[in-house]
Design a protein around this ligand. Structure first.
Ligand SMILES: [Ca+2]
Ligand SMILES: [Ca+2]
Length: 135
């Protein structure tokens, strides 16, 4: 009985390994976000001229996930592993926000083409540079 259970465990873990390396899927990781110093209209992000509280939302067409916010910064090295995957030729939607108490300000939104494995830098809206990695 015990031997049977062990054998089952081994099979299940092998299947797990096989599926995670499957189908050429690329993991989507947001490495960093940098924002312009003001909103598009020239206003400060927050009251008192404070820097934004940056977070990112990523949608691969099947699921949407959000990172946690980094408080009061124009540059967030978030290194956020979305857990989402995409394939070459897919488009993903990336939205960067400044987290606020009432309603979050949109820093920028872009549709990004997954054209190759590796790092890609995108600039959109008030997002100076966002580094996304597909691997
Ligand atoms: Ca704000
Ligand atoms: Ca804020």
């Amino acid at each position: 009985m015990i031997r049977f259970k062990l054998w089952t465990l081994v099979v299940v873990s092998c299947l797990g390994l096989a599926s995670s390396a499957d189908a050429g899927d690329l993991r989507i990781i947001i490495k960093s976000i940098s924002a312009e110093e003001t909103k598009a209209n020239g206003d400060a992000w927050d009251i008192g001229g404070n820097a934004p509280d940056l977070f990112v939302k990523v949608d691969n067409g099947r699921r949407t996930v959000s990172s946690r916010a980094r408080q009061d910064t124009y540059l967030a090295n978030i290194n956020f592993d979305t857990g989402l995957t995409a394939e070459i030729g897919d488009q993903i939607e990336i939205t960067v926000y400044d987290e606020d108490i009432a309603s979050d300000d949109i820093v920028g939104r872009a549709t990004v083409l997954v054209d190759e494995e590796g790092a890609k830098i995108a600039s959109f809206g008030q997002v100076k540079a966002l580094v996304v990695v597909f691997r």
